[in-house]
Design a protein around this ligand. Structure first.
Ligand code: ATP
Length: 300
């Protein structure tokens, strides 16, 4: 995987690129200004996150690190950034030898705590992505704190865990990129590289780079909890959505729709945005970060 190069290289081109010229008539001048502003903003967020990850790869050996991965969109972005940085960073192996070739270490340690009854689509996505990204996923069925406690006692070498938390998540406004756990959490260093990302950056990254994501997001779920605690985001209900004034966001919606259609050109399971069987718009239509968890009854 070499998505760092891909990201930085491709993002350096203003939209529309030569490949997209045929679609340029879809977008007016104001659209292009907004799209390119989001592209630049995402580019600087990517750089910031990669800097955080790179700095921690200088502090910790790979066997001291893990990534907290539950198949959600935020940790998916984090995972791609982590893999990208690993592919370009000189890491140090257990014997303190310089190890430039990450491909010799195909399994990336990760922890998943399954504390609710999952949607089967999420289970399938976790299975598929665990395989395709070569994760060594340790899975616990208990509450989050107990899960981390179990993980750290099973793998005492682990010192720091990458987490896909963002400042708009509950209780996360004052988090730092790197900090120790507090309160009754087991002690480890939390590395939070994507703190400053917004929903728009997440979806730009995923759609622009054609990254496979859990299919529930296409149905209108914007944040994924268990089946008993998660519904489709009510703010994406098509009838309601049409009544609200979303003109400020329409350029980005238009662009995301363009990418979604383009990415799914050959996908037999493709759900068109205006499919009459779907009563909600896909997750990437939501631009307001404060509404992201409106479909979740438990924040965590
Ligand atoms: P979404 O909000 O769309 O479900 P997400 O799960 O990636 O995406 P959050 O729910 O905001 O994001 O959780 C923030 C981060 O906390 C995740 O990215 C992941 O790193 C970590 N995390 C949350 N729940 C779990 C879990 N059950 N197991 C492992 N890690 C988790």
């Amino acid at each position: 995987l070499n998505s760092t190069d891909l990201t930085l290289h491709d993002l350096n081109h203003e939209f529309p690129t030569s490949n997209d010229d045929t679609h340029s008539s879809l977008f007016n001048h104001d659209d292009l200004v907004q799209i390119n502003s989001l592209r630049n903003d995402t580019k600087s967020k990517i750089r910031e996150s990669l800097r955080v990850i790179a700095s921690q790869l200088n502090v910790y050996h790979l066997n001291q690190l893990s990534i907290s991965y539950n198949g959600g969109k935020d940790c998916l972005v984090l995972l791609i950034l982590y893999l990208s940085q690993l592919a370009t960073t000189t890491t140090t192996d257990n014997n303190n030898n310089s190890n430039k070739n990450f491909s010799k270490k195909p399994l990336l340690d990760s922890i998943y705590i399954n504390y609710e009854h999952n949607f089967s689509d999420l289970d399938s996505f976790i299975d598929a992505s665990t395989l395709s990204y070569h994760l060594h996923l340790t899975n616990y069925s208990c509450d989050l704190i107990q899960g981390f406690r179990n993980y750290l006692s099973k793998f005492p070498s682990k010192k720091a865990i990458l987490i896909g938390v963002r400042k708009n998540d509950p209780y996360s406004q004052h988090l730092n990129f790197v900090q120790n756990t507090d309160n009754n959490w087991p002690s480890f260093i939390r590395i939070n590289p994507i703190l400053n990302w917004n929903l728009k950056n997440i979806w730009f990254f995923i759609l622009f780079l054609k990254i496979n994501y859990c299919s529930l997001y296409n149905l209108g779920y914007t944040s994924l909890g268990g089946t008993n605690s998660t519904i489709k985001n009510p703010n994406l209900l098509k009838i309601k959505f049409a009544l609200l004034n979303h003109s400020n966001n329409s350029s980005i919606q238009k662009y995301f729709t363009h990418l979604y259609n383009k990415n799914n050109k050959n996908n037999l399971d493709f759900i068109p945005i205006n499919d009459p069987l779907q009563d909600h718009y896909p997750a990437f239509f939501l631009q307001n970060d404060l509404l992201e968890r409106a479909g979740r009854f438990k924040p965590f």
